[in-house]
Write a protein that binds this ligand. Structure first.
Ligand code: ADP
Ligand code: TRP
Length: 320
């Protein structure tokens, strides 16, 4: 199977990105053909500072490589190094009804917040469809927030195939329910755009500070607590082993355990979880030329694969 996914370089990657998406990307690469890319064209829709965009692109690349992306097996590139997807996005745009995009929540949210959304943001799902369809992907591992975008992709692919012949593979999303929405320190979905993240490669002291700030209810120490409604427990589930988790659950329900105590342990476990990858991350930081070279080589492979699909699609619509 061909697995494809992308992550925007719109900030430093956080544990929501990791547990919600990257961990699945890294696991799936062992048994399948992995195609993973840094969605820098998509990141432009939020108008980043050029300096920050450059920095985040490299940081995303280094994070993936440090965490175990195998660039000899998996194709890993920067979206804008394969501008061919833009060409496909245009073909898809011309068969995408306005209503389909108007229903997309990411766009509706911005408008509801009073932000004057740009055209890139409106057309965002079409470019995402082009990313997925250009590579004839079967499975797209993402967090729950992306479900609608994969549905839009399927809808566009089916329309195109009905109109012009069987050109595109119809992709499926791959969303693990247990990690579909990792909460941030304020209790909302953890997201680079909410300033509520715990980064994957954040120094231990800073992880601890953030964990201590996680929003909880005001149940007193001696009172029983509901683990299922607790943001700290939700994060603990990601990093504690089964026995330890069961123990914390008992302590929550019994009462007598304060949130401060759980938070301390969570901070330790989070730091320990990512510790094995720290050294590699530091080494990559010293060899940015290597990192850029990996992305360039990946783009060449990606371009060759996308070229075949885009040529077929162009022929099908009469642009041969
Ligand atoms: P962000 O919202 O931080 O900008 P992206 O939109 O770049 O993150 O998402 C990259 C990947 O990580 C996507 O597959 C997305 O669904 C997943 N993801 C992001 N935040 C979370 C979260 N809090 N919980 C689960 N998955 C997430
Ligand atoms: N929209 C995705 C996100 O914000 C990023 C993305 C762009 C993507 N193109 C993609 C994800 C193709 C999966 C497949 O997380």
């Amino acid at each position: 199977m061909r697995i494809l996914s992308g992550i925007q370089p719109s900030g430093r990657l956080h544990i929501g990105n990791y547990f919600g998406a990257m961990r699945q990307h890294l696991q799936l690469q062992a048994e399948h053909e992995g195609y993973y890319f840094i969605a820098d064209y998509h990141a432009l829709t939020s108008n980043p500072q050029p300096k920050m965009l450059r920095e985040y692109i490299l940081a995303v690349a280094m994070d993936y490589l440090a965490l175990g992306l195998d660039c000899n097996k998996t194709v890993f590139w920067r979206q804008s190094d394969v501008p061919l997807v833009q060409e496909l996005a245009w073909l898809l745009s011309c068969i995408t009804p306005m209503g389909l995009l108007q229903r997309c929540v990411s766009f509706k949210d911005k408008v509801a917040q009073g932000i004057s959304a740009n055209h890139g943001l409106f057309a965002y799902p079409v470019l995402q469809a082009a990313d997925i369809l250009a590579f004839q992907s079967n499975l797209v591992p993402v967090g729950a927030d992306q479900k609608q975008h994969i549905e839009v992709t399927r809808d566009i692919a089916i329309r195109f195939n009905n109109e012009f012949g069987e050109i595109f593979t119809i992709p499926q999303d791959y969303i693990l329910e247990s990690v579909a929405v990792v909460p941030g320190i304020d209790g909302r979905k953890m997201s680079k755009s909410y300033d509520n993240t715990i980064e994957i490669f954040e120094p231990a002291g800073s992880v601890k500070k953030k964990v201590m700030k996680i929003v909880t209810d005001s149940t007193a120490v001696e009172q029983p607590k509901n683990p299922e409604k607790c943001n700290v427990f939700a994060l603990l589930k990601l990093v504690a082993d089964k026995d330890e988790l069961a123990d914390w659950e008992k302590r929550y329900r019994r009462g007598g355990t304060g949130y401060g105590e759980v938070k301390k342990r969570l901070a330790e476990l989070l730091t320990a979880y990512f510790e094995p990858y720290y050294q590699k991350r530091i080494e990559l930081e010293k060899d940015k030329n290597y990192v850029m070279d990996v992305l360039r080589q990946g783009a060449k492979k990606a371009e060759a694969v996308a070229r075949q699909t885009v040529n077929k699609a162009k022929q099908a619509v009469g642009l041969d």
